[in-house]
Design a protein around this ligand. Structure first.
Ligand SMILES: [Zn+2]
Length: 545
């Protein structure tokens, strides 16, 4: 009996691959060359249309760059259309262009960062199996050669570093040879320090160390960063100098610590919250900010400056709207989930009620999510387990009532954690830019397009504009330099009120006179945090680190 059963089992196992094969879709992601991937979709019979999981405009724009290699299938709209029973092949060029979600073929010397979500298909023709092919592959915490198959459940949501030649590195991390030794050392220091501190202060978090892919790249403009935090934690450094100045040091620390902080959160589990973007990005900002202060990477003075700048820009860009009235596009376009997110976490956790550390509240919120609960965000952060406690800060800030600026005024007046100060020159410059954008929006039927430079602002000429017929490079406004002059904003306002127009001096010597019905509301003051008091509250009961 026992023997025959085993026989049947063996038979079943032996038959399974053949039986299952007919109804599978196989997606192969192969590194063909330094410049492109070869993607193949093996489709079963009768499988004539399959939906791409990365859909909508972003997905279609990404697929527009794919080059069809045979006649098996075409990518049309959000569908892969085919006659079935064939293998469709596409060439996907390496690109640094950020369109939507994780990049699909991000170049790095010697290989590429890839993310399978760009090639993921619905399972309506049967289970979809994914496979990476390259001489050297790092995926899900391991190194493979030639082929790597991610687990079935997460195959369409997997990042990998594909290399053209076998690597003999002691770690799974990839560091672009174009990055300086100092940059590499600093990335490692910040990564290790962030992991050590957060592992201790967020003991309930389930942390697995991702492999780093640090890539140097160039783009127009100055030094900049960009990345994401899946199992391959991608850190791209644009136009990065060999020797970092204090500005680059701070940017690197902020960036690396932010990305590693994400690894102590949950990405998908917060999608059910209306403020998921703010919970996610604001949370990573908060963790990296408090970590950097505790590690001594950020002085209290710089930490205060970062917080004040974020809050000032949050109030400038939410412009007359409540948080709830902002569209996802308005939030994403100005990075409000970061700018409003950091002060939202800092001030709500500083004002938390009852016992327990700020980090403990954060930890417990994610712990509950991990267990399948959907705790109230405001209650979890401000009250925790405290009995008879009503959150005061988050429900007001994230409401649909008064404007976000009015809510901040109310919250900060009540908590006394920040006071109003005259704007810095850099905030005055921000407001001048906002005022120019307002002139443009009013002139161009609601549209605007501007580029900032150290010398001024380039306004894109558009057909819909009444006054801006061609690209115009403004270097002065009402006789004042565009940026760096404390009086420019006031001069704009005065001209608008007196003459209902504002005169921009152009770099080519010309003039652009723009109509102005109503001046932009220049703010006279912005909040400055009482950093000692706020940190004392944030770190109360934290003990010494
Ligand atoms: Zn982030």
């Amino acid at each position: 009996m026992k023997n025959s059963l085993r026989c049947l089992q063996l038979l079943g196992i032996a038959l399974l691959p053949f039986a299952a094969h007919a109804a599978n879709v196989d997606v192969d992601i192969k590194l063909a060359d330094a410049n492109y991937l070869e993607i193949s979709f093996a489709l079963p019979e009768h499988c004539t249309a399959l939906a791409f999981l990365k859909d909508g405009r972003g997905g279609q724009e990404i697929r527009a760059a794919w080059q069809k290699q045979n006649d098996c299938a075409t990518a049309e709209g959000d569908l892969l259309k085919s006659a079935g029973a064939c293998t469709a092949r596409f060439r996907v060029p390496a690109t640094m262009q950020k369109i939507s979600g994780y990049p699909g073929s991000f170049p790095a010397p010697g290989g590429m960062y890839v993310h399978s979500s760009n090639y993921a298909l619905a399972d309506s023709c049967g289970p979809v199996r994914y496979r990476f092919q390259a001489a050297d592959i790092v995926m899900n915490g391991q190194r493979y050669h030639d082929t790597a198959t991610p687990p079935a459940a997460t195959g369409g949501d997997t990042s990998a570093m594909l290399m053209l030649t076998p690597q003999n590195s002691a770690t799974l991390d990839y560091f672009d040879p174009r990055l300086s030794a100092a940059t590499v050392a600093r990335v490692n220091e910040v990564a290790d320090g962030t992991i050590a501190l957060l592992s201790k202060q967020l003991p309930l978090a389930v942390f697995t160390r991702p492999a780093i892919a640090a890539i140097g790249a160039s783009e127009p403009g100055g030094p900049n960063v960009g990345g994401d935090a899946s199992n391959i934690l991608r850190l791209t450094f644009f136009n990065w100098p060999q020797t970092m100045g204090p500005g680059e040091q701070e940017l690197l620390t902020t960036f690396v610590s932010h990305e590693f902080s994400h690894r102590f959160q949950l990405r998908d589990a917060v999608d059910v919250y209306p403020d998921s973007r703010l919970i996610n990005e604001g949370g990573a900002e908060f963790l990296r900010w408090l970590t950097s202060i505790q590690k001594g990477w950020l002085s209290r003075q710089r930490a205060a400056a970062q917080l004040d700048k974020a809050l000032a820009e949050c109030t400038l860009y939410t412009e007359g709207k409540s948080w709830r009235a902002l569209t996802p596009r308005e939030i994403g376009g100005q990075r409000l989930e970061y700018l409003c997110g950091l002060p939202t976490y800092v001030y709500s956790l500083a004002a938390r009620q009852g016992r327990g550390t700020a980090m403990g509240r954060f930890d417990r919120f994610y712990h509950q999510l991990r267990q399948g609960q959907v705790p109230d965000f405001a209650q979890a952060l401000e009250c925790g387990d405290t009995k008879a406690c009503t959150p005061q800060v988050l429900p007001a800030l994230l409401s649909s009532g008064p404007t976000m600026e009015q809510q901040w005024n109310e919250v900060l007046r009540k908590t006394g954690l920040a006071t109003l100060r005259p704007p810095s020159q850099s905030l005055r410059d921000r407001m001048v830019l906002r005022a120019v954008v307002k002139l443009m929006v009013d002139d161009c039927a609601g549209r605007s397009g501007t580029t900032e430079t150290p010398e001024g602002i380039i306004l894109d000429g558009m057909k819909v504009c009444k006054s801006i017929h061609k690209d115009s490079y403004a270097t002065s406004i009402e006789g004042h330099p565009v940026f760096g002059d404390a009086a420019t904003g006031a001069a704009m306002k005065a001209a608008c009120l007196a003459r209902h127009e504002v005169t921009l001096g152009l770099k080519d010597g010309g003039k652009l006179v723009m109509p102005c019905q109503e001046p932009y509301a220049m703010r006279e003051a912005f909040y400055s945090v009482d950093i000692e008091k706020t940190l004392a509250l944030l770190l109360r009961e934290q003990g010494t680190q």
